[in-house]
Ligand binder design. Sequence first.
Ligand code: HEC
Length: 141
Amino acid sequence: MRLNLATVAVAFLAATVIGLEVQKARRPPPPPPPQAAMRAAPVPAAAPAQIARATDETPDDLPDGKGRDETFYLCTACHGTAIIRQQGMPRERWDESFDWMIEKHRMPDPGAADRALIVDYLASSFPPRQQRGRANPFLNR
Ligand code: HEC
């Protein structure tokens, strides 16, 4: 009887350990953190405006205005319009963003005339947001 109990206890422990190992082995590897995924995503280098779009949006996804189409076709070579629409900045900061896209992300420079057109469009379509209701102390815009 005593022997049987010990055998049962050992068998039970062994089964538990094996069960845990099997569970561990079945567990899928954790997904990569979103930051890493973003970094790993290939950025098309200097894609001409008419070739591969990074989005299936159309110019209508941007608010109407002079320079909208030029802005759409230049900027959506690499990303959708949401990343642009969520911004609200004075013209000076849009101008800096433009340089940043060229220098850091190798956006093709469209030349002075188109640049002025596009930065004007961005500045008038996405100006700094007015503070509505309570101000968010963590947003320094
Ligand atoms: C050649 C590729 C490329 C083109 C073209 C491009 N961008 Fe970007 N842009 C990026 C990448 C990549 C990021 C992701 C943010 C990062 O990691 O720097 C980004 C991020 C941004 C952001 C977010 C910045 C932030 O603070 O989060 C804004 C705004 C932006 N782009 C605006 C524009 C505008 C406006 C245009 C067109 C004039 C444009 N981009 C064209 C590559 C590009």
